[in-house]
Design a protein around this ligand. Structure first.
Ligand SMILES: Nc1ncnc2c1ncn2[C@@H]1O[C@H](COP(=O)(O)OP(=O)(O)OP(=O)(O)O)[C@@H](O)[C@H]1O
Ligand SMILES: Cc1cn([C@H]2C[C@H](O)[C@@H](COP(=O)(O)O)O2)c(=O)[nH]c1=O
Length: 398
């Protein structure tokens, strides 16, 4: 019965654990589930009641299953290493526990404890120490409190600490004149379509509009784009990828965006910093706060006036694309789901800066919703300097 409960728990843990805690960091989950397995094993070790043992063994199996699934997600380059390591640990434990039990024999500590309890307890303590070390070493969200992080994951959201929001890393308005509008979202969500429609509409209203995109808006950026999206680029580390996107952005801001904003233009960009936070932070499970800090430096703290997030389930967006998938598009489904949850978490953290749009609706409907929101932030079409000059004229009252 104990073995059956363990096996059932294990299957549930492997299958359901990572799904229930979808956006939660797999590295954190691995450390936590290892610690939980160790504690549950200790309960099994000291419990003499069969019903309790069967019940707890089910949870122990589930925790071990979550640890297994998380380890496979963390060590993506070599799943065989995880399986061999786990199998080896199980064989060692299966041999050591009965041998240890025999060697220790029954002990009396308040009541009789069979040798197997003591042996299991020793294994639990070793597993606990290993779990704590793994948690310390693997945790890439150091500084992010665990409880709100877990609570958000259970709600299907990603917790963004207030200090990670780009607005916290830089003051709100970082340029004096133009307007900076960014379109964000997953693959095929309609960013290019909607940013072009917005630019046409703005130009029709007499504004100077600069449409641009990331990565690849400058000469250097185009080379970086080719490097980043080419499927031939293999083995690029997540940190290097993050820095290459940040380098493209730094060049983009310095050579395209800031000059345009400084002369009073409206800049409409297809992707910006939040793409790196969503893809390289949430997607690649790297520390979002640190990436935000690198990008705040690279952009001189330039934050958009408005970010339009086009929300679309990844499978729908990827189905819309006609060209062969590039290096990022060909990442697994879970990656794109983490990216989507990441965008949502960023939008939730800064609702004033974001317009979140359901991108599964018809193009024209989306276009109108975006226009309504952009209208709210448009500058007065008559510049203040012109008003100063004309204020000496008598007012026209009729
Ligand atoms: N609301 C919509 N409904 C259906 N199809 C759409 C909609 N908006 C855009 N599309 C189509 O989906 C495809 C992808 O659109 P678009 O290139 O604008 O997306 P994107 O987000 O810029 O993609 P990418 O991630 O490649 O940059 C295009 O064929 C476009 O015509
Ligand atoms: C800016 C930025 C982009 N990406 C990814 C997202 C897309 O897969 C490609 C860009 O292609 P698009 O068709 O032009 O949208 O790059 C990223 O991972 N991180 C970023 O910062």
């Amino acid at each position: 019965m104990v073995l059956a409960a363990l096996a059932l728990g294990l299957a549930c843990g492997i299958f359901a654990g990572p799904r229930v805690l979808g956006p939660f960091s797999r590295r954190r989950l691995l450390g936590l589930s290892a610690i939980a397995s160790a504690l549950l094993l200790a309960v099994v070790a000291v419990s003499l009641n069969l019903v309790v043992v069967v019940f707890v063994a089910g949870f122990l199996g589930a925790a071990a299953g979550v640890a297994w699934a998380s380890a496979e997600a963390v060590v993506t380059d070599n799943p065989l290493r995880v399986r061999t390591g786990t199998a080896l640990a199980l064989v060692i434990a299966a041999l050591a526990v009965p041998l240890g039990a025999g060697a220790i024999g029954t002990r009396h500590v308040g009541r009789d404890f069979p040798g197997s309890s003591a042996a299991l307890l020793i294994v639990a303590v070793i597993a606990l120490v290993a779990g704590l070390i793994a948690y310390r070493l693997l945790d890439e969200r150091t500084g992010v409190p665990l409880v709100p992080d877990l609570a958000a994951a259970l709600r299907g959201e990603v917790y963004v600490p207030p200090s990670a929001a780009p607005e916290a890393a830089a003051p709100r308005r970082t340029h004096e004149r133009g307007v900076f509008i960014v379109f964000e979202g997953g693959e095929g969500a309609g960013k290019t379509t909607q940013s072009r429609l917005a630019a046409i509409w703005l130009r029709d209203h007499g504004y100077e509009v600069v449409t641009t995109r990331e990565p690849g808006a400058t000469k250097t950026g185009m080379r970086l784009r080719a490097l980043l999206l080419d499927r031939e680029t293999t083995g690029l580390s997540s940190r290097a990828e993050t820095l290459l996107y940040a380098a493209d952005r730094a060049d983009h801001v310095a050579n395209v965006i800031r000059p345009a904003l400084d002369r009073g233009a409206i800049v409409v960009s297809d992707r910006y910093v939040d793409s790196t936070l969503a893809y390289q932070g949430f997607g690649r499970e790297q520390p979002v706060e640190e990436i935000a800090a690198v990008n705040a430096w690279g952009t001189g703290g330039l934050v958009p006036d408005l970010t339009v997030l086009l929300e679309l389930p990844p499978e729908k967006g990827l189905n819309r694309l006609s060209s062969p998938a590039d290096r990022i598009e060909s990442e697994p489904r879970e990656f794109h789901e983490r990216v989507l949850s990441g965008f949502r978490a960023l939008a939730d953290a800064e609702p004033d800066r974001y317009l979140v749009v359901d991108a599964s609706r018809p193009e024209a409907e989306i276009r109108r919703e975006i226009q309504d929101r952009i209208r709210e932030i448009l500058p007065d079409p008559i510049p203040a300097s012109t008003e100063d000059a004309t204020s000496t004229f008598p007012a026209i009252t009729d």
